[in-house]
Design a protein around this ligand. Structure first.
Ligand code: GLC
Length: 738
């Protein structure tokens, strides 16, 4: 039984509450000071420099110029240089061929798996299961560290309310409370509780800050918002990950308040260090330092290096400007060597904490690598995570689950017998050959069912040459399973879409198949919510499976044929159309909330204000009834608490899991307040006929917000309490804070 009570996140958002950045004396202080005393300025700048290793068909290959920098001690960190055989040689060069032998950090984007791939983060967030999420991070850290990686550019904690943005796939959706819990869980999984353990690695919280608010959902676009929105909605997950002990932070590409994050002292020093007490190091995102020239905040490379350094970005990924210009800037007195020493000290501190000075090859054991890759436990957990990530959007007439005794199914669509695309975006080292396709999954789970498979169409263009074969397969089958959606390159970085419908002519194929009159189940695979209005109106069963990774096909097949009862709940709103975006559950009421009887209220002429599917939504093969919402009191002081209880009953025929959700609404505040805010949840499992009383505790902590006076406080007044199966289907009560 996986249940969650409140996990309080005390997020001090106020800028008026700086936490003294106590200078914690490192146990390595004397060693660091001794090393700094022996380093040249060039070698110090090298420790603040990070380069990518290229890959060729024969494997990783560091560019010659980077190899020269490495040998000269001017490149102290690398990424994309995994596999032990390759990284070991690079580490040998650093340790044995450079003057001081300082070991390298090896970074990589291990976003949702190393060689074993788990569901994309947006999918796994729909489990609402922090144990699953933390264990996934623990397992991909175990696998990646066996291949030499000791620094993970993860977790991605960017809140996003705009599914046009392709990188929505990489994080946890729209909610600040859940996004904060998930970000902290991933830091715990990645870093474990001892960085010197060879199965743990440095985490890197990204992309700081508010990258998910790129205008119009267009990647790398301008971010512009009030400081209030920044602190209420976008900052808390970064703070939660920092509070969970994240060793590093990555600056985002975007500007904020008119300044690129890479050059923002407000973000990198005032908030991150002075308010939050972060004492790790910040790395730029890729060529973020260089990009400040194109942003138009500096004129040239040297100014870019100076601005980023002075803003508080300790390490320069990929532009090479720190290595190139910091020595000059020091000699010109524009940057102090004491500041340089402070930055280099932070990098050396983490290399010591990883144990790299004691044993530079501790992550580079080829026997461990061969014994660890593709461990059974990775696949077993991957299957569990995938099954729990699936969201049942529609099941008219209980078409699902299918019987394993049906004679035949037509399996149609470009994702039906597909390996690579089921890995999803940012699968990086993921191995497509290991993926269980949906076709293979069905063969495993329902071996008596004849499968009439037809790809039917692709992901772009309008080639209809496969339609007739698909239609005939449908006509000669009892049920149709359509595996449609996006390929892995249609979400993720630089993959924004202005139209988030089914790509290519998949909609036309779906309509043609539906016209046969056969019962159709859609298995929807994508890296974002899609606008599927026609599907919602015309297709009886829709299973939203995202991109689920190595075990995708097995998990989907077990769900289609009833071995798994879907329990996923959306952590991102599904809009009816792009015109509604941004649309999210915790919106403000406005002065003219929609009223059907009044023309002059907030609405569209051509579409409802309501989403297609709301935050927190997800069906089950069984049914859950909510009753008897009770509050232990109808008022409380700031020092008291109220117990909220509700009875949930499984009134259906299947054992199932349900995420019971608690929301509040602060009816009147010194600033306007959202109509809903998630403040707790509990995931329960009930057998048919079984009931459970679920209890939540509301304390003053859950009522705090960033007031008009910019203090993180609660304010007296009336609150509504909502408990239910999603953010709109709820039981309601209220209480007063005195
Ligand atoms: C990319 C991404 C970032 C990633 C980095 C290194 O551009 O923005 O998330 O960690 O480069 O791959």
């Amino acid at each position: 039984m996986r249940t969650y009570f409140f996990l309080l996140i005390v997020i001090l958002l106020s800028g008026c509450d700086p936490q003294a950045n106590e200078s914690i004396t490192s146990p390595y202080q004397s060693k660091i000071e001794d090393l700094l005393a022996r380093m040249t300025i060039e070698e110090k700048a090298g420790q603040l420099t990070l380069y990518t290793s290229g890959w060729t068909v024969t494997g990783p290959a560091l560019r010659d110029d980077y190899m020269d920098e490495l040998r000269a001690g001017r490149a102290g960190n690398l990424f994309n240089a995994h596999t032990v055989s390759y990284a070991r040689e690079l580490q040998r060069i650093a340790v044995e061929e450079t003057r001081l032998g300082i070991p390298l950090l090896f970074g990589l984007d291990v976003i949702h798996g190393y060689k074993t791939t788990y569901p994309i983060p947006l999918a796994e967030a729909c489990t609402w299961d922090l144990n699953i999420i933390e264990k996934t991070a623990r397992l991909y850290a175990k696998e990646a560290t066996s291949a030499g990686v000791n620094w993970n550019f993860n977790p991605v904690v960017d809140i996003c309310r705009d599914p046009r943005w392709g990188r929505i796939a990489e994080a946890s959706g729209e909610d600040v409370y859940l996004g904060s819990l998930i970000g902290a869980a991933k830091v715990r999984g990645i870093q474990g509780d001892d960085l010197s353990d060879p199965e743990t690695m440095l985490a890197c919280v990204k992309h700081y800050a508010a990258y998910g608010a790129s205008q119009a959902g267009r990647d790398y676009h301008t971010v512009d918002m009030s400081d209030r929105t920044l602190r209420d909605t976008y900052l808390p997950p970064y703070r939660a990950a920092v509070d969970a002990g994240a060793a590093t932070v990555m600056a985002s590409f975007n500007e904020l308040h008119g300044v690129p994050a890479t050059g923002s002292e407000y973000l990198m020093k005032q908030i991150l260090r002075d308010e939050w007490g972060f004492n790790g190091f910040v790395v730029s995102d890729y060529t973020g330092v260089m990009e400040m020239i194109k942003h138009g905040i500096v004129e040239n490379e040297k100014q870019a290096a100076e601005l980023a350094f002075k803003a508080g970005v300790e390490m320069d990924m990929q532009s090479g400007f720190y290595s190139k210009y910091l020595p000059e800037l020091i000699r010109e007195g524009k940057i102090s060597e004491s500041a340089l020493d402070e930055y280099v000290g932070k990098v050396l501190e983490l290399k010591y904490r990883l144990g790299l000075f004691d044993d530079p090859y501790k992550y580079l054991d080829s026997v461990r690598e061969s014994e660890t890759l593709f461990s059974r436990e990775f696949f077993d957990h991957g299957l569990l995570s995938a099954k729990e990530s699936i969201v049942l959007l529609k099941n008219e007439g209980q078409l699902l689950p299918l019987s394993k005794n049906i004679p035949s199914v037509a399996l149609i669509g470009p994702l039906a017998d597909n390996k690579k695309d089921l890995l999803g975006t940012w699968h990086v080292a993921g191995i497509a050959e290991k993926v269980v396709t949906l076709k293979a999954g069905i063969e495993n789970v329902a071996s008596n069912v004849r499968i009439n498979y037809v790809r039917g169409t692709g992901f772009e263009g309008n080639d209809r040459s496969g339609f007739n074969e698909a239609i005939s397969a449908a006509r000669r089958s009892d049920v149709v399973i359509m595996a449609i959606g996006e390929n892995y390159q249609q979400s993720g970085e630089a993959a924004s879409r202005s139209d988030i419908g089914l790509p290519g002519n998949q909609s036309q194929l779906l309509e043609a198949i539906a016209a046969t009159g056969k019962p159709v189940v859609v298995v929807l695979m994508a890296g974002r919510p899609l606008t599927i209005g026609w599907m919602d109106e015309n297709i009886p069963a829709i299973l939203n499976t995202w991109h689920l990774g190595t075990m995708a096909g097995q998990a989907i097949a077990e769900t289609l044929f009833g071995d798994n009862n879907p329990s996923g709940k959306l952590t991102i709103t599904f809009p009816r159309n792009v015109g509604q975006i941004p649309i999210y559950y915790n919106m403000k009421n406005t002065g003219r909330p929609f009223n059907e009887a009044d023309k002059y209220t907030s609405k569209y002429l051509d579409v409802s204000n309501e989403p297609l599917y709301p935050f927190g939504y997800g069906l089950s093969y069984t049914a859950f009834e909510y009753a008897d919402l009770n509050l232990s009191a109808d008022r409380m002081t700031k020092n008291e608490q109220i117990e909220v209880s509700v009875t949930v009953t499984n009134s259906g025929d299947f054992t199932g899991e349900e995420v019971v959700q608690l929301y509040i609404r602060d009816l009147v505040g010194s600033v306007t307040r959202p109509v809903r805010e998630l403040k707790g949840y509990e995931k329960i499992r009930l057998n048919p006929g079984e009931s459970k009383v679920v209890t939540f505790t509301i304390t003053n902590e859950e009522l705090k917000f960033y007031t008009f006076e910019k203090k993180w406080e609660s304010e007296p007044g009336f609150f509504q309490v909502f408990v239910g199966t999603n953010s709109t289907e709820v039981l309601e009560s209220r209480f007063e804070l005195l």
